[in-house]
Design a protein. Structure first.
Lengths: 265, 337, 384
């Protein structure tokens, strides 16, 4: 039985509260924002590591991004992932989800494929949630999204997962290989293993692939490969709490409350 | 530049809403999108179509017409009886490539997002997720989508000028449902769908609804603290009316008024509901971290100095035992509030 | 009666535990005094068998049943141990083994991740660390201009209730004419939360980073809000600048009173009892500073709880327990506020943000109306 190979797609994102829109240029200013690993991707990696604990095999992490992603991505190695692949090329920049999923798919092809491909449910920046189904489509694989629990039957090459749906859940059976998106906060990611952390952060080699390494079609990557275009960008109104006091008699307050509830819901 | 399977020159001036349905009824999100779609199509001089995917679902067409659809594309197939991504993606792909709408809208529901996500790649087109507003330009036929990112800190306008169909997903509740006119009718176009059972890779073993408590996905949280003095019944009924869940701070949990699974905060559940109604809660730090990301926070507390008010959008200094029952009474009078 | 269970002594694990505990368990002769004095015996039928935990460390057996995480690091056991066993080090070693096995209790990995990504254990945005000081006119620290660096720490920076302590301290220092600055958003977490849950290597990494920051900013005299930060700065930090001199703010205030720079002209007129923080008292032998300061407040009548000083009862917040749930009916704080009430105090004075949170919680839970919890700084501000 060949060993289980799980690939986890991960993204490095800016801390959302630190991103600004420059009012003059109307461009996103994330230069001053601290970076972190996209939290749902940590949940995906945790599932991958739990599967490795149970079934053995190896875990590869793949990411599309510029070089500054590297120190953040190495955290995944410190948590127990085996290999890190960074798809990095100026031509990948400006990619929307169509181009991103295409690029990730090329990376996974070059790796020689995988048994299981895990993604976080969505990313904290764009939050489209489109990468998992899009990736599954490029790879022509089955998908299981919003998974809170996973079990494998390696002999039958099946994945059993619990999928969160409105008002409840579904229990699904899907054949390997497949793409799974992991529900945000559905587990608690393990902390880094400090016995290997130093090595993971400094010494372990990582694989960096450019568009040429992937043999990617230039028309399908980056800005070229992105149908969607941002035509306007503004800072959303302040997120500070309003602290508006409702005044009046209890009946008047209830009336105001009802109106509020109607507005909000 | 990547090209979509069909482009601007081949598109039809049709706005299509891909419907979601439960047995015998269209989901509320579909009715909302039809209403908004009718408005947008009307302003642009386009037609509104509704794609119905299901089995023995012809009756739903009447509902679609009533909410403004001028065309209903009916895909009726035994393999479409329950949602599976393979069957629905195949059917929707066949319908869309046949009718070539300029715009397709989906609900941003678990199934809607999966379907739209897969289709967008299959069609090689652009998709905008969780739009908070939409505008269809009557001259250019371009759909401009308003989307928020970075946890709501940034608002963006996004369009896909050269790719068709222009796709968007919209959350339930963003647009309001119009009033149905059951005298309306339109074109019912059956769509022949080719799907084979061996191509369905997903097997649904079991569907479970409403079993365990999941506060993290509740759109509304009605939370009670010490100030409720154990009266969680009124909160339960409020939560039911508002379509949400009941949560609590640690003291009522300790006193046994409510289960520990419903404790909100640092050592309990952290959630991000659209609305958090905090009743009789003082607002200590370890509770507040559990609801900081809530969309709107309303607090009721008799103590004007209660720290919760600092974290609230709307503050009510008052007696929860008077205000909440009164609120409940008003809600119980109005059906479907 | 303990059940007999088969235990396998594995050489590798025994060696690993030996390493992790620094052989601290070696001199224990299993007398059980530690178990007898551990406060868990006061709130539960079944005391926490500290003796058994030390035995497990001696035999190289990891603790699997979770009892290990009850320890609040109050050091009551260390204070009474006839062999001077560093029980805390044994506990930390056992905990570190659990981290290596990826079996730490739910909630603690999240806390460590927060230290890593956010520079605080409360999952709060790092960009908001300095908001507590708004409006106080507190400048960025400049070693040429400022006598001391005020080190707020994570809890006082983010917890709304604890922020009041930090703000009070700033106002008192300003009133006393002390030139003080702070590091604002650049203030590093001291790392103690990592140490308190037994993740020693991560703690060392954080301590290195913080020590570098202090060095880079020319910090010599540093005053902390929390005794936890004070303890690690004083006892567990890499030795850099020989002039690096941390103090807890109660010690600094006591000095100011001594020097006549801080004078109390307002009346306090209250019966006050003082909760000795474990990290100031038993850990650092500091029992007098807060008492001197209280004593200098006009009208303040100091009464002592039974027990107090070296025998003080822990509030229950140390050892990582601020991030773990303690069952109702088993909280040290509930017992402590009873003791405060019994000694006739109207004010229970604290000098630690954890004590403040735990004891205030207990006062509210016990529905006590006759007693109020206040921090020493809040009292001092009133007495100015």
């Amino acid at each position: 039985m060949p060993e289980l190979h799980t690939v986890v797609c991960m993204k490095v994102v800016p801390k959302p509260e630190e991103v600004r829109v420059n009012p003059q240029t109307r461009l996103l200013d994330r230069a001053n924002a601290r970076s972190e690993m996209n939290p749902p991707d940590m949940n995906a990696l945790e599932i991958a590591l739990q599967l490795k604990d149970r079934y053995g095999g190896r875990v590869s992490v793949i990411s599309m991004g510029p070089p500054y992603f590297e120190p953040v991505l190495r955290v995944a190695l410190a948590m127990g992932a085996d290999k890190l692949y960074l798809l990095s090329d100026r031509r990948f920049a400006g990619a929307d989800t169509l181009a991103t999923t295409y690029t990730l798919a090329q990376g996974i092809h070059k790796m020689g494929g995988a048994d299981l491909i895990l993604c976080g449910e969505e990313s904290s920046d764009g939050a489209t949630g489109q990468v998992p189904p899009g990736l599954a489509e490029w790879l022509d694989l089955a998908q299981l999204t919003l998974a809170t629990q996973l079990d494998l039957d390696l002999d039958s090459r099946l994945v059993f997962g619990r999928r969160a749906v409105t008002g409840g859940y579904e229990e699904l059976q899907v054949p390997l290989p497949c793409v799974v998106s992991v529900r945000t906060a559905s587990n608690e990611p393990r902390f880094m293993d400090y016995r290997i952390k130093e090595r993971a952060m400094q010494e372990d080699p990582i694989t960096v692939w450019t568009a040429d390494d992937l043999g990617a079609d230039e028309a399908m990557i980056g800005l070229q490969g992105s149908p969607t275009v941002v035509s306007g960008l503004v800072q959303a109104p302040s997120q500070e709490r309003k602290r508006i006091y409702l005044e009046g008699s209890n009946e008047e307050i209830v009336k105001q409350l009802l109106n509020l509830l109607r507005e909000v819901l | 530049m990547v090209a979509s399977l069909y482009g601007v020159d081949a598109e039809q001036p049709i706005l299509c809403v891909v419907a979601e349905s439960a047995p015998g009824q269209l989901e509320p999100i579909t009715l909302e999108l039809l209403s908004k779609g009718r408005e947008m199509a009307g302003q642009a001089g386009w037609e509104l179509a509704c794609l119905l995917l299901g089995h023995e679902n012809r009756d739903l067409a009447d509902e679609a017409f009533a909410y403004g659809a001028q065309q209903v594309w009916l895909a009726d197939h035994p393999l479409l009886e329950h949602f599976t991504i393979e069957a629905y993606a195949a059917a929707a792909f066949q319908a869309i490539t046949r009718f070539k709408p300029g715009v397709t809208l989906f609900g941003a529901t678990p199934n809607g997002r999966d379907l739209a996500g897969r289709l967008a790649v299959r069609l090689r087109t652009g998709l905008n997720a969780d739009c908070s507003d939409l505008e269809l330009n009557r001259n250019s036929g371009v759909l401009v989508c308003q989307v928020s990112g970075f946890g709501g800190g940034v608002l963006a306008l996004i369009e896909a000028p050269h790719h068709r169909p222009q796709m968007a997903t919209i959350r339930p509740g963003v647009f309001s449902r119009g009033s149905p006119d059951y005298s309306r009718s339109g074109q019912l176009l059956p769509v022949e769908i080719e799907i084979r059972e061996e191509n369905l890779r997903t097997h649904v073993l079991r569907r479970v609804s409403g079993e365990s408590v999941d506060l993290t996905s509740a759109p509304v949280l009605v939370a009670g603290g010490r100030g409720m003095e154990g009266d969680f019944e009124v909160l339960r009924r409020l939560a039911e009316h508002l379509g949400g869940e009941v949560g609590a701070t640690r003291p009522p949990v300790d006193e046994g008024h409510i289960e520990r699974e419903r404790q909100i905060g640092q050592t309990g559940v952290v959630c991000s509901p659209d609305l958090a109604l905090c009743c009789g809660i003082s607002g200590a730090f370890h509770f507040v971290v559990g609801i900081e990301k809530a969309g709107t926070v309303i607090a009721v507390n008799s103590d004007p100095q209660a720290p919760i008010f600092e974290f609230s959008d709307y503050c009510i200094v008052g007696d929860v035992h008077l205000i909440l029952p009164a609120l409940l009474a008003r809600l119980e009078k109005v059906p479907n509030a | 009666m303990d059940q007999l269970e088969e235990v396998v002594i594995a050489d590798e694990r025994w060696e690993r535990l030996l390493e992790l505990t620094g052989n601290a368990a070696a001199t224990c002769y299993q007398c059980g005094t530690c178990t007898a004095v551990c406060p868990w015996g006061l709130v539960r039928q079944e005391p926490l068998s500290v003796r058994l935990l030390v035995r497990k460390a001696q035999l190289g057996i990891p603790d699997q049943d979770g009892q290990l995480w009850l320890c609040t690091h109050c050091a009551q056991c260390e204070a009474h141990c006839p062999r001077g066993v560093n029980v805390g080090q044994v506990i930390d070693g056992l905990r570190q083994l659990i981290w290596e096995q990826n079996q730490a209790p739910f909630g603690l990995p999240t806390m460590l991740w927060s230290l890593y990504w956010n520079n605080n254990p409360w999952s709060q945005p790092p960009s908001q660390r300095s908001l507590w000081a708004e409006g106080l006119g507190l400048p960025r620290f400049d070693p040429e201009q400022h006598e001391i660096l005020l080190y707020a720490g994570c809890t006082a920076s983010y917890d709304r209730r604890a922020q009041k302590i930090a703000r009070a301290v700033v106002k008192i220092l300003q009133a006393a004419g002390v030139t003080v600055g702070y590091l604002a958003e650049e203030e590093p977490c001291c790392g103690e939360p990592a140490r308190s849950v037994g993740h020693t290597p991560f703690f060392h990494e954080l301590a290195e980073r913080a020590a570098n920051t202090f060095e880079r900013n020319g910090v010599a005299h540093l005053v902390t809000i929390s005794p936890h930060c004070y303890d690690v700065f004083r006892n567990h930090y890499p030795r850099r600048d020989p002039n690096f001199h941390p103090l807890h703010y109660t010690q600094y205030l006591a000095n100011l009173v001594e020097e006549g720079r801080l004078q109390f002209s307002g009346q306090v007129d209250q019966r006050i009892t003082y909760q000795d923080p474990c990290y100031l008292g038993r850990y650092n032998n500091e029992y007098q500073a807060a008492r001197h300061t209280l004593g200098a407040m006009p009208g303040a009548e100091l009464v002592e709880m039974e027990p107090s000083a070296e025998e003080s009862l822990c509030c229950g917040g140390g050892g990582g327990r601020m991030w773990l749930e303690t069952e109702a009916g088993q909280r040290f704080g509930d017992l402590r506020v009873q003791q405060a009430n019994q000694c006739g105090a109207k004010i229970l004075a604290t000098a630690c943000p954890f004590c403040l949170a735990c004891l205030e919680d207990s006062v509210k839970a016990s529905r006590m109306t006759e007693i109020r919890v206040m921090d020493i700084a809040e009292l001092a501000l009133q007495a100015l």
